[in-house]
Design a protein around this ligand. Structure first.
Ligand code: SAM
Length: 187
């Protein structure tokens, strides 16, 4: 019965949205098969951990996953669950150190706070997004830069302001960041 009520509520929401903004609803519906495929993929746990991967942590010992699970309010965090194990495996050696972390793709800002807490007080977090509204996520220890990650001149200006990056997380447009093709002195 409650499933039927939920399904009815969802249907009502779609109809209301189609009446209020038909074009956006049509665009969203076009994306639906891809979104459903993505959800199915993530729920099926299609990324099982390799049997004896050195340094992998059980989920309860992963501070990033714990942060994600505990944060149900405030700036949104948009991550696939399987990212957390991979992030923690590669990043844990930097936690607590003076590390310079750049994340491309800010969206609703939640990941910047997560990185700040994970890497600790000595870290420097830089966020890049094409959307000017993301400037609002600039805060203590978190710098925000607005630009297109496919724009070489943007990265040139960025590098003049931020000469050192230890970790680059590309969670942006996913069409390839042109941050640097050549090794950069001091990196
Ligand atoms: C998946 S969301 C980022 C999620 C965020 N890192 C988090 O964990 O919550 C992708 C973001 O990339 C940004 N983006 C898309 N294309 C971009 C581009 N060409 N340059 C910079 N940012 C871009 C979008 O504006 C969006 O905010």
């Amino acid at each position: 019965m409650s499933r039927l009520r939920t399904a009815f509520g969802t249907l009502k929401g779609i109809v209301n949205s189609a009446i209020e903004s038909p074009r956006c609803t049509a665009d969203a519906l076009k994306l639906l098969p891809a979104v459903a495929r993505g959800l199915q993929f993530s729920r099926a746990g299609s990324f099982p951990p390799p049997p004896d991967r050195a340094g992998s942590a059980p989920p309860e010992a992963n501070p990033l996953l714990a942060y994600f699970n505990a944060h149900t309010e405030g700036p949104g965090l948009w991550k696939w669950l399987h990212y957390f194990d991979i992030y923690h495996r590669h990043f844990k050696k930097f936690a607590g150190r003076e590390v310079h972390v750049l994340e491309v793709g800010i969206y609703s800002g939640g990941s910047l706070g997560m990185w700040r807490e994970y890497f600790g007080k000595s870290c420097h977090i830089y966020g890049v997004d094409i959307e000017p509204a993301c400037m609002t996520y600039k805060s203590d220890g978190i710098d925000v830069f607005i630009g297109d990650q496919s724009d070489r001149s943007f990265w040139k200006r960025f590098r003049e302001t931020v000469p050192k990056i230890d970790i680059l997380i590309d969670d942006g447009g996913n069409r390839g960041a042109y941050f640097s093709r050549r090794p950069v002195r001091g990196h």
